[in-house]
Design a protein around this ligand. Structure first.
Ligand SMILES: Cc1cc2nc3c(=O)[nH]c(=O)nc-3n(C[C@H](O)[C@H](O)[C@H](O)COP(=O)(O)O)c2cc1C
Length: 347
């Protein structure tokens, strides 16, 4: 893979997920670059504090890409220039969201609604491109309506409008997250344009990334849901892309240790109220013995110690579970019901 602006393995933008703490852990595990949560151009133009907070970086953080959503070319261009000024060298590139299918986004003409308005989409790309020196990319889907694959033609138009690259999620907008991503669509976009093309959709393990690269010819691989509670996926993907053996799945203790670090990093940024850790914690713990009961408790956690108490208990349950499994093995019984690793994640 030749990479997009030198990056091969990317953390996708995920609203409500790709905060500063999660980005740090994914970068540490091998993501070459990480997206912030998407930001509203309109929100930035009103100097909305919440919107600006989404762009706050950790000290020393770099290789951050920012995705804007909106539909007004002049507003998008002005805010892109503002982001560039604010972020300076930390900014890897700017992206325009043309793939989000959420009703509250699409109903305003933003996100994947722009795939139905290619002229407006092209005007946005041209305006943003004219306002910044960093590369500008577009992230979109296979098409709007199921069965009507417009992505290759759409990519050509965006490239003609000045886009420096694109990311393609191989589902239709109306498909939301149903079914599976069609990587053939990524290959067809790859064949349609000269600019770098990032493949996205359903990379859950290292081997998936290697297969996506081989089947589509994409220049980089972008990962979203597979990394939730699982930053290790990036080290697995890197190994698979280099033809090396993938590192082993993390142990229960490693998963809990990562969850604790995540909570600490969030505390450093957000203070003692780290409610947003709840969903991350559920992902880290998914499938571990005792996780189902822990879910209910996590819903009441707000401070770091609240989360620690749940993590301590799960660690103890896992230790008891392991001791039980070992005893059973020693007695010649089959090792049934053992949690952890990939099996746990699929629960
Ligand atoms: C919780 C969540 C939030 C997302 N937010 C965004 C977003 O802000 N911008 C965007 O372009 N895509 C967003 N996506 C889509 C992902 O970036 C990605 O395209 C999609 O999940 C497919 O990749 P995956 O199979 O690796 O998850 C989001 C997905 C999820 C699950």
């Amino acid at each position: 893979m030749r990479g997009i602006f030198g990056y091969r393995v990317l953390l996708a933008p995920m609203a409500g997920v790709t905060d500063v703490a999660f980005r740090a852990l994914c970068r540490e595990q091998g993501a070459d670059m990480a997206f912030t949560e998407m930001v509203s151009a309109k929100g930035l133009s009103f100097a909305n504090e919440k919107t600006r907070h989404l762009l706050a970086l950790a000290p020393g953080e770099d290789r951050v890409a920012v995705q804007l959503f909106g539909h007004e070319p002049a507003v998008m261009a002005r805010e892109a220039a503002w982001i560039e000024d604010e972020m300076g060298d930390a900014l890897a590139y700017l992206d325009v969201n043309m793939g989000c299918p959420a009703r509250k986004i699409v109903s305003k003409g933003d996100g994947s609604a722009l795939m139905r308005e290619p002229e407006l989409a092209a005007a946005i790309v041209a305006a943003v491109k004219g306002a910044v020196v960093h590369p500008v990319t577009v992230k979109f889907r296979r098409g709007w309506a199921e069965g009507d694959e417009t992505a290759p033609e759409f990519a050509r138009r965006m490239e003609a409008a000045g886009a420096d690259g694109c990311a393609v999620h191989g589902r239709y907008a109306l498909q939301l997250y149903r079914g599976s991503a069609d990587w053939g669509a990524i290959a067809r976009v790859r064949a349609a344009v000269a600019m770098p093309v990032v493949g996205n959709g359903d990379v859950r393990r290292g081997a998936d990334a290697a297969r996506m690269a081989a089947e589509t010819g994409c220049d980089a691989v972008m990962i979203a849901r597979g990394a939730e509670g699982n930053p290790w996926l990036f080290s697995q993907v890197r190994a698979a892309l280099s033809g090396e053996e993938e590192p082993a799945a993390p142990t229960v203790a490693e998963r809990i240790a990562m969850a604790r670090r995540h909570a600490r990093l969030l505390e450093q940024r957000e203070g003692r109220n780290i409610v947003r850790m709840r969903k991350h914690a559920m992902w880290y713990l998914a499938g571990l013995p005792g996780a189902a009961a822990a879910r209910g408790r996590l819903n009441y956690c707000t401070a770091p110690e609240d989360f620690d108490a749940v993590f301590d208990d799960l660690l103890a349950i896992a230790a008891a579970h392991d001791a039980g499994a070992q005893a059973a093995c020693a007695a010649g019984a089959p090792d049934e019901g053992r949690g952890g690793g990939d099996a746990a994640r699929s629960l």
